[in-house]
Design a protein around this ligand. Sequence first.
Ligand code: AMP
Length: 193
Amino acid sequence: MMLIFLGPPGAGKGTQAKRIEERHGLRQLSTGDMLRAARAAGTKIGLEAKAFMDRGDLVPDRVVIGAVEERIQNPDCARGVIFDGFPRNVAQAEALDAMLARLGKKLDAVIQLKVDDAVLVARQANRVKETLAAGQAVREDDKPEVLEHRLKVYHGQTAPLIAYYQGRGLLRVVDGMAAIDAVTASIEAALRK
Ligand code: AMP
């Protein structure tokens, strides 16, 4: 099964992807995690991505697309993948279509997690408070002004994918503001459709 989890930053894509991955034997593929790992390892990709990530901008398409294409050919992705945070714009979505066609695979569904911006801002303020209370450093892209920019980028560049996948009959909309278990149940129900 090939799935995309689509939604704004902080919508719970990662949390839900982890739950669904376990239940269905899929592999969660988070481009944000891949880029953070590349940064931590100090690779060329990581160094290139740093400034974009810290500002809350998208990392150039060729960097992300190349990394995804390499990653999905790993044997651990053979049973299926949940794309979490990819694609982030129409160019990436077209590249994914072409990539999957080359590999003889196709998308099964795109799960859109719908969450209002005000809820995302409140959730993030909570996270920052908890991080500080635990004596840990707040991630650069978790700062309020960066989140605001990330939301702008989401609405401008990523949200057009909703129409893109709706037009292909793949979109399933889920209320991401419900309790975590209820969201998981809605995703499971959407996958049975
Ligand atoms: P995330 O953890 O998915 O919110 O991603 C964190 C940051 O990594 C984003 O704000 C972007 O700078 C970068 N990033 C993650 N995925 C992508 C992608 N598909 N395309 C471009 N940049 C990305």
